[in-house]
Design a protein around this ligand. Structure first.
Ligand code: NAP
Length: 298
């Protein structure tokens, strides 16, 4: 969490949306001593927070008027526009922080939409689950004007550890989906290995520590591989792509031989084969970025 709370010890904050995440956000603001106004479409979800010191606003318009900072966290961007687009809601002069998940185009469009209504707008992505909100473990990403972020960083710091990614409003959502790609990539690879080992009677718990170690070793490769990508030069310092592709064949053949799903290894192999056909077989694995950088049918 940011720890320079001296200038924002009592910033009036409004939280719109009291689902699982919105309730956790409101709790954290209250705990940090910010006068907190809340609103939710289903009004009863405010009851517990009101008992804890929050004020429940009867309408979105009233809620937005109450805080100098309005944080919105609802299901999706369509819901954000629904509730803030009501004719009686005046956004002029407000600072709006949207922590709803979505994609980068929605974030940029909502920034434009809010700007037309006179609001200052920061987008954000919460890379954490509700129970850790309010602790340093909660990673919260922001994008949009740095001046707005800096003005409210100490208040927003009540929610977790903040990072300002840049002025482009779409960045928080892009990092969010990039993080999802990482998460599902690792989990799917682990499930593939677990399915293989179970055919030999090795249970998931036995394999998990081994898989964790492999994931940690591979994670160490990322900075060096990233340098190759940024330089656009992929000398095979450790292994050539064609060597990896041969090992992928073993993975596919093993999966098919023991009767487990081979779709994922076949996808790896198809991408590697295309890069090899394009003349990159003697280069190192991150040369595959060229396959990832274009649509599948290009
Ligand atoms: P949730 O528990 O399903 O709550 C959804 C909230 O959105 C409720 O307050 C709901 O109001 C409100 N809502 C939906 N449509 C609305 C509309 N048209 N008008 C007004 N309010 C509307 O979801 P959540 O877990 O709090 O997630 C909220 C956001 O945080 C999502 O974008 C999610 O991706 C993101 N997030 C969640 C987590 C997590 O672990 N939960 C983690 C990271 C990010 P009602 O109560 O009236 O239905």
């Amino acid at each position: 969490m940011t720890d320079n709370n001296t200038t924002a010890s009592a910033t009036p904050v409004t939280v719109l949306g009291l689902g699982l995440m919105g309730q956790a956000l409101a709790d954290a603001f209250l705990k940090a001593g910010h006068p907190t106004t809340v609103w939710n479409r289903t009004a009863s979800k405010a009851d517990r927070l009101v008992a804890g010191g929050a004020r429940s606003a009867p309408t979105v318009a009233d809620a937005v008027r109450a805080g100098s900072l309005t944080v919105v966290c609802v299901t999706d961007y369509a819901a954000v526009r629904d509730l803030l687009g009501a004719s009686d809601v005046d956004l002029a002069g407000t600072t709006l922080v949207n922590l709803t998940s979505g994609d980068s185009a929605q974030a940029r469009e909502t920034a434009r939409w809010a700007g037309e209504r006179g609001a200052r707008y920061l987008d954000g992505a919460i890379m954490a689950v509700p129970p850790v909100i309010g602790t340093a473990e909660a990673m919260i990403l922001h994008s949009g004007p740095r001046s707005v972020f800096e003005e409210y960083a100490s208040t927003l710091g009540a929610l977790g550890t903040l990072t300002h990614l840049g002025e482009d409003h779409g960045l928080a959502s892009l990092y969010d989906v990039a993080g999802l790609a990482m998460m599902w990539g690792v989990l799917n690879a682990w499930l593939q290995g677990t399915a293989l080992l179970r055919t030999a009677g090795v249970d998931a718990a036995t394999y998990a520590p081994f898989a964790r170690q492999i994931a940690a070793v591979v994670a160490e490769w990322l900075p060096g591989y990233a340098e190759q990508i940024d330089r656009g030069s992929f000398p095979a310092e450790v292994s050539a792509l064609e060597t990896d592709a041969r090992a992928m064949t073993h993975l596919i053949e093993e999966s098919e031989a023991v009767g487990v799903n081979a779709e994922l290894p076949k996808l790896f192999k198809a991408m590697a084969d295309r890069a090899i056909a394009a003349g990159h077989g003697a280069e190192q694995y991150p040369v595959l970025i060229e396959e990832f950088t274009k649509p599948a049918d290009a």
